[in-house]
Design a protein around this ligand. Structure first.
Ligand code: ATP
Length: 593
């Protein structure tokens, strides 16, 4: 997957096609019943509305010349009734359309959100998160009008056109044909601007996405920005991104608004044509009542036609958002259960990496035939230079990525052959960038084991020595923390996520720089608690501090995509190889301080 940046337009893998429209119906289908009821109400409103011009015609051509006051009274009553029915129906229609539209949008939003939860790390690596966010929030909202008013209005407008035409044909078929004379001109206008409009909206959606990505990145990196006093430069970048958005917006709107005056003019021209035909009598002999009724009907006819034109316009615009939404929904999670995947049995903890090759990007192998065997219950420390591939090893073990070649076995079972859930639910992974969610501390610790009791939470916190600082907080375990834990120190955040990892009672524990921000005194206490807990469990620990890993059963020195040295601390020290040099370097540094 090609990487994308905030100022690079995303290329569409597959453009819009008719099947996208069909797919919208998947979301509409569950709401068939309320839609049919609404349509029936709309039909009722149309018929009631259409009665107006027809009653006017009767009054002018028949009731007034005959001076029939009883008929006039009843026509007035029917007229008032038709207005009341129309009003009530319209009210129902607005309410019901809004509810149906919002329900459909909610379903789409939920579908895209739950799909995103299943996508692998590689999907999130490949684009700015702001560009993902915009699909779930903004693009779905952009469909709001189309799905709430647009779709039902379309059907209602089509019904309205049919009912109006029915009334018109019933009164005078020839005059009706004159009224339709300019419809082809409308189609022509719509067709001409269609392609330009679609392209303009595709550009607009890209520029919106770029701007969103930059805002998202800027907020996430605000502390770095301010500490480097880079606000001005960022402002310049934002101005450029924002200008590009503004330009694309102006262009798209200019094209879109070409349609409206065109349609308005055609409607006026049709009314003129009706008067002209009526006065000149071009092949038709129309009474004054018919002429007045027709002018009313022409209004009733062109309003929905204009709406249909606008719907088409909105549809073209919406397609640019739909193609992005469906593109996201169509991303196949490449890390997923095989059809014949088995349930991973309770893990004992034997781990094998057999000639594992892996790369994040083509042509740049990170692991080049990594090969090792770990016995159940061993604690393994991974050391090596920055960027050597230590995190990559544990990412592969948790199957966040799949190996390109070779295999990884746990208790002799290839991890590709078991279900992700049964595998990951038995592993406790604490990643380098600890993440704290907004909510209370207890909710954060319980994140991976929702049914854990308060006692279990406290027990886990005690083992990692987090209990002492948590109990001193204002509301103890029920203290609210902000997203990313900005009200906590880095060490406190690590202790909370440590407790979260332990609470899940994993069979294999993976700690990536889990104690890097914790003071050495707390770390020593934490190690004591951990040692008991780790008895009989396999663990992988990545740490740069030698004191953290010294007591591991074995230490793997990883470099150049392979395990270069393996053994316990004493063995490796005696070997006087890479690990020895690393130890000496840290020792010398400490001496120098
Ligand atoms: N998501 C990614 N996409 C592309 N390349 C990546 C990705 N993650 C890591 N890399 C690259 O893979 C290599 C190994 O990274 P890894 O994080 O495994 O190193 P590490 O040994 O854990 O380093 P450190 O000690 O700094 O944490 C690095 O060169 C890094 O640039």
């Amino acid at each position: 997957m090609a990487r994308n940046k905030f100022d690079v337009d995303e290329e569409l893998e597959e453009g819009f096609n008719a099947s996208h429209l069909k797919r919208i119906f998947v979301y509409i289908k569950p709401y068939q019943k309320p839609i049919y009821i609404t349509l029936f109400v709309i039909l009722l409103a149309n018929i009631a509305q259409m009665a107006g011009p027809y009653l006017t015609k009767i009054v002018i051509d028949q009731t007034i010349p005959n001076q029939d006051y009883t008929e006039l009274f009843w026509i007035a009553v029917i007229f008032i009734l038709s207005v009341v029915v129309t009003g009530l129906c319209m009210r129902y229609r607005i309410f019901s359309i809004t509810v149906i539209g919002q329900d459909i949008l909610k379903d789409m939003r939920t579908a895209i959100f739950s799909h995103l939860q299943k996508l692998p790390f590689s999907y999130f690596d490949s684009r700015p998160h702001g560009k993902i966010l915009i699909r779930v929030v903004n693009y779905i909202n952009m469909l709001s009008d189309l799905l709430s008013n647009g779709l039902i209005n379309l059907i209602s407008d089509i019904l309205s056109v049919i009912v109006t035409l029915g009334f018109m044909f019933a009164i005078d078929p020839t005059l009706t044909l004159y009224s339709l004379a300019l419809v082809p001109v409308l189609f022509l206008i719509v067709m001409i601007i269609k392609t330009a409009q679609r392209k303009a909206y595709q550009v607009l959606s890209n520029k919106t996405s770029n701007m969103n990505a930059y805002i998202h990145e800027s907020i996430a990196g605000i502390k770095v920005t301010q500490s480097f006093a880079r606000e001005e430069k960022n402002f310049e970048i934002f101005s450029d991104v924002s200008d590009a958005y503004r330009e694309s917006w102006m262009k798209a709107v200019k094209i879109q608004f070409l349609l409206w005056p065109g349609v308005q003019n055609i409607a006026v021209m049709t009314t003129c044509l009706i008067y002209y035909v009526g006065i000149r009598g071009l092949g038709v002999d129309v009474s004054t009542g018919t002429l007045i009724a027709f002018v009313g009907y022409v209004g009733n006819f062109w309003n929905p036609v204009i709406n249909i034109g606008n719907f088409y316009n909105a549809l073209i615009t919406a397609t640019t958002y739909l193609e992005r939404i469906f593109e996201t929904l169509d991303v196949e999670p490449d890390i997923k259960d095989l059809p014949q995947a088995k349930i991973m049995q309770p893990i004992k903890g034997n781990v094998d990496f057999n000639q594992v090759y892996f790369r994040y990007e083509k042509g740049k192998d990170i692991l080049k035939g990594t090969d090792f065997h770990v016995e159940a219950g061993e604690s393994i420390a991974l050391v090596g230079p920055t960027g050597a591939g230590k995190t990559t090893v544990i990412n592969l073990l948790s199957r966040f990525y799949d190996v390109n070649d070779g295999e990884i076995l746990i208790d002799g079972e290839n991890i590709r052959d078991v279900t992700l859930h049964s595998l990951r639910s038995q592993m406790g992974v604490m990643l380098q960038d600890t993440f704290i969610f907004s909510g209370t501390i207890i909710e954060n610790i319980r994140y991976g084991k929702l049914d854990a009791t308060e006692e279990e939470v406290i027990q886990a916190a005690k083992i990692v020595r987090a209990h002492d600082f948590i109990k001193d907080l204002k509301d103890g375990y029920h203290t609210e923390v902000k997203e990313r834990g900005s009200t906590l120190s880095a060490g406190q955040r690590q202790l909370i996520s440590f407790a979260r990892t332990l609470l899940a009672n994993p069979r294999i524990l993976i700690l990536d720089e889990a104690t890097s921000s914790i003071d050495t005194k707390t770390e020593v206490l934490l190690q004591e608690g951990l040692e008991k807990l780790l008895e009989g469990r396999t663990s992988f620990i990545i740490a740069h501090r030698i004191s953290t890993i010294k007591n591991s059963s074995r230490i793997f020195y990883i470099d150049n995509g392979q395990v270069q040295e393996a053994g316990n601390h004493d063995e490796l020290m005696a070997q006087k190889g890479y690990y020895y040099q690393l130890y000496q370097a840290q020792f010398d540094l400490l001496q120098a301080l």
